[in-house]
Write a protein that binds this ligand. Sequence first.
Ligand code: ADP
Ligand code: ASP
Ligand code: MG
Length: 403
Amino acid sequence: MSLIVQKFGGTSVMDAERLRNVARIITRTYDRGHNVVAVVSAQGHTTDELIAKAAELNPKASKREMDMLLSAGEQMSAALLAMTIEALGYPVKSFTGWQAGFLTNSRHTNAKIKRINKDRVENALNKRTIVVVAGFQGINRFDDITTLGRGGSDTTAVALAAVLHADRCQIYTDVDGVYTADPRIVPTAVKLSEISYDEMLELASLGAQVLHNRSVEMAKRYNVYLEVLTSLEEKPGTIIKEVTDVEKMIIRGVAKDTNVARISLMELADVPGIAFKVFSLLASKSINVDIILQSIGRGDTKDISFTVSAADKDSALELLRENQARLGFSDINCDDNIAKVSIVGAGMATNPGIASRMFEALAGANVNIQMISTSEIKISVLIEKSAAERAVHAIHDAFYDLG
Ligand code: ADP
Ligand code: ASP
Ligand code: MG
């Protein structure tokens, strides 16, 4: 029997009316003869509200307790949705992450899925029961609850689709597909009928929150047929797949990320091995570094600047300060009043002039570039945070107003 995994984000399950709407989407799919696994996020802004509640009581709450708290949001949605489906007269069972068999590593608040014991879900499906799974969570080897990082319910859905060999994984959200830029910032953004895994992975990693980046990574690895669509209207969304042959768009999208911080280490010794020392130290604490800029040596010293996610800023600074004597820098400074704006497109590598067109657009909008990084399919610039939306508009216009 065919199986469809359907994931519903916070807006889609926000209140009773939306839950009924979601229950109808699920039961309609079921009535068409498919088995259905539904994955849910916490309702509306529940996760943000829980974080605010925690901060009021203990701004330095342990990540273990944060996971204990945040996982409750998804658990509530799962039970509420199951009850709504019950009320329509269908067989249904809801499961928390651990009941659904999600085993993760122990990186609380940003855990990775290691294994899924799918027996319980599969048994329910074999009985033609609709399964509802609380997204974004699992347990580690000590049976402690973990969560998968903000936006992680998408990854729960794709992981289930992969292990259950689902025919498709549908991500229902509050926009009707993936656009060339966040349609809430750029109203003229164009909806893409298809996008490749690689391009979507870059867009998601560079701040387009429409899909959790790890969900795209997993979809690519297990060849999951992934679709982004709206729960509010019945119409086709965007398909994410291996290769796409949509009209030759050089730039597939513009993304912005305001959750970044730049750290600069001043006057490091200009000798072999120093970059290795700095970045292996950060890696040992699982701190991801993104754009790196090293100055040309002056005398015997050089400066190194790099970006980390805003969430890692404090621990990175603390770690570097603790190791100041060993690394030998004279000063450290940090700026989190910045944003990273990027363009993504597989056609970029073979089309010269893309970078200059992007920089021209930024110059025209009077946006100063602090750092630049490029790869085969993306160009990112670091700019002042307050200029981020202006930059996205200007860049989008430069690439899409040409007709
Ligand atoms: P959900 O709660 O359903 O998981 P999210 O808020 O995580 O929804 O993701 C959907 C949001 O992603 C949209 O409301 C939109 O503002 C934002 N977004 C950012 N970039 C894009 C893009 N390129 N295409 C579509 N949506 C985008
Ligand atoms: N509720 C979590 C969040 O807001 C996970 C998710 O929605 O995917 O990040
Ligand atoms: Mg999301």
